[in-house]
Design a binder for this molecule. Structure first.
Ligand SMILES: [Zn+2]
Length: 315
């Protein structure tokens, strides 16, 4: 699926349940959210890092998701549950990514991010994640300019983290829902979908959405109009790019087939489906056929699934 309207970063972790009032419950809930976010960041980072040689646009990345307590319904309660004084912290780091290797860990409180004193940030209301998005922009800008970015961790010395080349897409988990979408720059995925998928199938779901961004589908549909036929073509392309992206990231490309086998029977709307997506069995079959092309390309190119050269987008 592709997003038709601009996504608001505000959706990140919004809709906090008021019932989670006990500090212990809140703490374990925040921990659970961070663990799910870490799975998304880890799989996303593997995909964008390993496919960098083939992406049209590449920028330094570090595999980091930040956290803003002020976006929650009850920020003091959130700060207390995490044992932090300020609002800004690390939410998740990608396994084996630059941020993790530099020593950043989930819920580490931050005093400054890319030179920004976080205590001096403007106030935001619950549900407003604009300043969180702004901090991510600062991180990206510092990385683009200097190749590295500095964080002041509340209880330690400043940490400088060097970026590594990655395809340009941010990954974000929404606090609810079971859908995934791409808007050209970001991939968002609902918490329920993350919870329901083992790592390899989560990577497949993210690879599909990332493929929309890498193939410039949103811009293409903006220019051409969104007829069912045009949308269906972008969906088919995104499906077929999945095994290429997975193979480079060290996942079994057949995870793309297994994703449709696992997800399809539960989510395919059958006769109620709109004609802009094929039925899941068709999608699984087409992806399986594409895997043969991925294997052939890998054997020609010393193991690299060079989709920039070998992937045929049309059809
Ligand atoms: Zn799609």
């Amino acid at each position: 699926m592709m997003l038709r309207a601009a996504l608001a970063a505000a959706a990140l972790a919004a809709g906090w349940p008021a019932a989670a009032s006990a500090a212990g419950d809140l703490k374990s809930e925040l921990k659970a959210l961070a663990a799910l976010d870490a799975r998304v960041q880890s799989a996303g980072w593997r995909l964008v890092r390993s496919n960098a040689p083939f992406c049209g646009t590449v920028a330094p990345g570090i595999g980091l998701q930040l956290f803003d307590a002020a976006g929650f319904d009850d920020p003091p309660q959130v700060r207390e549950a995490l044992g932090v004084e300020g609002d800004i912290a690390v939410q998740a780091v990608a396994a084996e990514g630059p941020a993790a290797r530099a020593g950043l860990t989930a819920h580490a409180a931050l005093r400054s991010v890319a030179g920004q004193d976080v205590a001096a940030l403007p106030h935001v209301e619950p549900g407003d994640y604009a300043r969180l998005a702004g901090l991510h922009d600062r991180v990206d800008a510092a990385l683009a300019e200097a190749g590295s970015v500095t964080f002041a961790v509340a209880d330690g010395a400043p940490l400088s983290v060097s970026g590594e080349p990655a395809c340009v897409t941010r990954f974000e988990m929404l606090s609810k829902g079971a859908r995934a979408a791409a808007d050209g720059k970001r991939v968002v995925i609902g918490r329920k979908l993350v919870e329901g998928l083992p790592d390899e199938l989560l990577a497949a779901a993210l690879a599909h959405e990332l493929a929309h961004n890498l193939l410039g589908h949103r811009a293409r549909l903006d220019a051409s109009g969104r007829s069912w036929g045009k949308v269906k073509q972008t969906e088919r392309e995104a499906d077929r790019l999945m095994p290429w992206l997975l193979a480079n990231a060290g996942y079994d490309p057949r995870a793309a087939v297994r994703f449709f086998e696992a997800w399809g029977p539960k989510h395919d709307l059958g006769i109620l489906s709109t004609p802009d997506h094929d039925r899941w069995k068709t999608r699984a079959r087409k992806v399986a056929a594409e895997i043969e092309l991925v294997r052939a390309a890998q054997s020609r190119r010393g193991g690299a699934a060079d989709w920039k050269r070998d992937f045929r987008p049309q059809g």
